[in-house]
Structures are given as structure tokens and as C-alpha cells.
Design a protein around this ligand. Structure first.
Ligand code: HEC
Ligand code: HEC
Length: 406
């Protein structure tokens, strides 16, 4: 798949309109170490330097990890792609050109980051662009003086799912004081209505609204067991679709070429599409531990960290009173760091013997949206064809433009 991006795509990537396309944040990859992993077998996926024209540092990573890495840089510095990439004629960004100074600096910074981790942290990716930049192009080296208000508001950042001895020891200490992770997972299933009731749900059709920024659009969501889900956001310019059929996923405006989901997108989609997630959680994890207590809004919660084989762990926040899941945090790996997605569940209502969240807010470093369900039906017939991938549109006849079919 040739990654030819035009300005429209980029805007879509970077703004609130990424509501549905935000999956673009994560395509590909499983880079655990600080240095880019070396290309494995020759028959493996296309490497960054094979697909792109001017890769000097991120060599040896799969090509579909380049954009997630760029997303990580962009949110860490609090900029848009234009900060480093020049616009050519017609407003298209020319990503391979090195004309902008910040792009050249960014290359040095990547080398620096890899070196810091290699020389000081045994190659573990402890320091990332965000460690220093924290949303600004100019990291502040001097501590600030105390102001009149004096309370420094810590920027909300989902805790990292650190592995290693320190974390485990801490977890074990906390485990002694509260319920165990297994008890919390069990209580969640009970709070929803029990495993049998959850198992009886085979489909869910919901209508509601999706809000991002000051905009609000109607949305229709269809889920069907096993792991099928499609949503239609009805926007003035057409329906924005995000779909997963249990194996593959795609998203975009209906009638236009859809972008395929990769790695972390698929992982995220299969979590969202699972009508029986509550009863599946335990077996998704190779290891579960408690992560102490935290406040989510006005709720006191117990945190459970679930580690998975080959995939970033999940953090689950259970209401101490009701036992319900009020927050889930997952991460998309990029070669430079992890991008978090945080979903807050609220407005649980009883439907067909199970509790269902009627509202959830999904937040990423560069955008957030809230879906409020107004109308819900379960165990109704939903045709499998609903989730079938639309055929690739016939490419328009060439008009001197390079029409990219993927
Ligand atoms: C802070 C600077 C910076 C920002 C912001 C940035 N990039 Fe990059 N980009 C780079 C650097 C540096 C490289 C070259 C990496 C290398 O040499 O390994 C690059 C390379 C690329 C390439 C490969 C181009 C080629 O053909 O060689 C693409 C595509 C790209 N960036 C897309 C994006 C997108 C999309 C965004 C916004 C989401 C973005 N970049 C934001 C610095 C940046
Ligand atoms: C150890 C701290 C640290 C890390 C890690 C770090 N930076 Fe920086 N970065 C700085 C500092 C400090 C400056 C400002 C230097 C100056 O003012 O001359 C800077 C400046 C920059 C600039 C120039 C900004 C401008 O206004 O022109 C870019 C671009 C940049 N960093 C990108 C990155 C990227 C991309 C990463 C991750 C790959 C990264 N940095 C990681 C400390 C860091």
C-alpha cells in the first residue's frame, strides 16, 4: 500500500474529524526496544526505507509504522505535520523533502533518544520525545516559580503500563490491601448481570449522537457476535464508517476508498466489537495484577492491569461501589513511544438482563469524542452482509493525476 497523503488526509488525521479515522494513529508494529527493530525475514512486510523516499533514521522498521511514529512526534511536540514538512504546489505536503530545519532537528533528536535509552536504560524505551517535550516544541529546563494560585495542574496522562520488577513489587504491596484482580474481574461480570446473561446477548443495535468539539452528529452502531461491529456517523458530506468484521477492519467515508486497519487498530477494534468482553477479559491476559486505587471523575476505582502476550497491556478501572468498568486504557505501540486511548464508560442502564453503558467518551492525545446512546435493541437479527467490506471502487480514468488504488 503506497502511502500518498494529501492535505485533506492530514487534516483528517490531526483534527477532531479524526473521530472515526483516529485509528490512523496506529498502524502496524510491535517495537518494544528503544532502537528500531531490524528487518526480520526478507519476505516480511515492506520496510520503511523501501516504501518511503528519504528515510535515514527509522530504517528497518515496517513501513506501516512510519505514520504512527509521526503521530507520536506530533502529539509529543504539540504541532501539526506542517511544522516539519514543507508544502509543495497545490498545498500537498512533500514529506520526503528536508527543507525545514525542525525536520533535520527531529532526526538528530531521534538519534539522541535512542542513544539515551541505550546508554542509560539498558536499551529500554524509558525516555521518549514526550519525556522532555510534553506538548511543546521548547522543553522548559528551569523550574517555574510559585505563582499566586500556586496549584500546578498536572496534565492528565494515563499512567503507563510499565513492566518490570519495580512495578510488580508495588502491585504486590497494593494487592494485599484491596480485592485481588481476579475478584475485581469476577465482580464486574456479576455487576453486569452475570456470565449467563452476558452470554445470551448476540447482537446490539444502537442509535444516538456523537459529539466532538462543538459538533454533534447522529450515529448508528451495529454489533454482532462474534466480534463484528460497524458504525455510521451521519455527517453532512456523507456517512463516516468504521467497520470490523471479526478479522479485518476498514474506515473512511462511504463511497470513497476505505483505509484498512492494521496492527493496533485491529486490536482496538476487536476489543470494541466484543459483546462478551467482560467474560473474555481473564483469558485475554497472561497475567493480571492490581494497580492501586484512582479517581475517575467522582468515582473511586480499583485499577487492574492485564498483561497480554505480544500486545500492550490494558488498564481497567472498576467502580469501587458498583464493580462496573468506568475506564479502559489501551496503548498503540509506535517505534518512538506508546500512544494511549482512554475510554470512559457511563450511564449504565439495564437492557435484556445486562447492564450496558449508554455513554462513553473516547480520548486520545489529539482528540476526543463522546457517544450518547438514545435507543438500544439487543438480540435482533442483523444481516452479516452489514459488516461485509465494500468492493474497492473502480478507479477513475487517469486525468494526468496519479490515482492511487490500494
Ligand atoms: C517534529 C518533526 C516532524 C513532524 C511534526 C512530522 N514529521 Fe514526518 N518526518 C520527520 C522526519 C525527521 C522524517 C524522516 C525520518 C527518517 O529520516 O528516518 C519524517 C518522515 C516522514 C515521512 C516519510 C517521507 C519520505 O518519503 O521519506 C512521512 C510520510 C511523514 N514523515 C509523515 C508525517 C505526517 C503525516 C506527520 C503529521 C502527522 C508528520 N510526518 C509530522 C519529522 C516530522
Ligand atoms: C532529553 C530531552 C529531549 C528529548 C528526549 C527530545 N527532545 Fe527535542 N528538544 C529538546 C530541547 C531541550 C530542545 C530545545 C533546544 C533549543 O532550544 O535549542 C528540543 C528541540 C527540538 C526541536 C526543535 C524545535 C524548534 O522550535 O525548532 C525538535 C523538532 C525536536 N526537539 C524534536 C524532538 C523529537 C521528534 C523527539 C523524539 C524523537 C525529541 N525532540 C526528543 C529536548 C529533547
Amino acid at each position: 500500500m503506497q502511502m500518498k497523503m494529501n492535505r485533506k488526509h492530514i487534516l483528517f488525521l490531526g483534527t477532531a474529524a479524526c473521530v472515526v479515522a483516529c485509528g490512523l494513529l496506529g498502524s502496524g508494529l510491535m517495537a518494544q526496544s528503544s532502537a528500531p527493530p531490524q528487518s526480520a525475514a526478507s519476505a516480511g512486510p515492506k520496510m520503511a526505507e523501501e516504501q518511503f523516499k528519504n528515510i535515514k533514521v527509522l530504517k528497518g522498521i515496517p513501513a506501516d509504522q512510519v505514520i504512527p511514529a509521526m503521530q507520536f512526534i506530533t502529539v509529543s511536540l504539540g504541532v501539526e505535520c506542517e511544522f516539519c514538512h514543507v508544502q509543495g504546489t497545490g498545498g500537498k505536503l512533500e514529506f520526503d523533502k528536508d527543507d525545514k530545519k525542525p525536520k533535520q532537528t527531529a532526526r538528530k533528536m531521534m538519534e539522541m533518544m535512542f542513544a539515551i535509552n541505550k546508554n542509560n536504560f539498558d536499551g529500554h524505551r524509558e525516555v521518549t520525545c514526550n519525556s522532555c517535550h510534553r506538548g511543546s516544541t521548547d522543553p522548559v529546563g528551569t523550574p517555574a516559580v510559585m505563582t499566586a494560585e500556586s496549584r500546578v495542574e498536572a496534565k492528565a496522562a494515563p499512567a503507563e503500563d510499565k513492566k518490570g520488577e519495580a512495578g510488580d513489587a508495588r502491585d504486590a504491596a497494593k494487592e494485599a490491601t484491596g480485592p485481588s484482580a481476579d475478584q475485581l474481574l469476577d465482580k464486574y461480570v456479576q455487576a453486569l448481570g452475570g456470565a449467563a446473561a452476558i452470554g445470551r446477548i448476540t447482537s446490539r443495535v444502537a442509535k444516538g449522537t456523537i459529539e466532538f468539539g462543538d459538533k454533534s452528529f447522529p450515529i448508528d452502531l451495529y454489533s454482532k457476535d462474534p466480534y463484528k461491529r460497524i458504525s455510521f456517523t451521519h455527517m453532512p458530506e456523507g456517512d463516516n464508517v468504521t467497520a470490523f468484521d471479526g478479522h479485518e477492519g476498514w474506515l473512511g467515508m462511504s463511497g470513497h476508498p476505505m483505509r484498512e486497519m492494521h496492527g493496533p487498530d485491529i486490536d482496538a477494534a476487536s476489543i470494541d466489537a466484543d459483546l462478551h468482553l467482560a467474560t473474555h477479559l481473564r483469558r485475554m491476559f497472561s497475567k493480571v495484577s492490581t494497580g492501586g486505587t484512582e479517581k475517575v471523575g467522582d468515582r473511586d476505582t480499583y485499577v487492574v492491569v492485564g498483561q497480554r502476550e505480544e500486545k500492550p497491556s490494558l488498564r481497567l478501572y472498576f467502580d469501587q461501589q458498583s464493580g462496573l468498568l468506568v475506564r479502559l486504557v489501551r496503548f498503540a505501540e509506535t517505534p518512538l513511544g506508546r500512544l494511549p486511548t482512554q475510554i470512559d464508560y457511563a450511564d449504565y442502564r439495564e437492557a435484556d438482563g445486562v447492564k450496558v453503558p449508554f455513554r462513553w467518551t473516547l480520548a486520545r492525545p489529539n482528540g476526543r469524542f463522546t457517544i450518547q446512546v438514545t435507543d438500544l435493541k439487543q438480540n435482533v437479527a442483523v444481516d452479516d452482509a452489514k459488516f461485509a467490506k465494500p468492493p474497492a471502487p473502480v478507479p477513475a480514468p487517469p486525468q494526468g493525476l496519479n490515482v492511487q488504488a490500494k
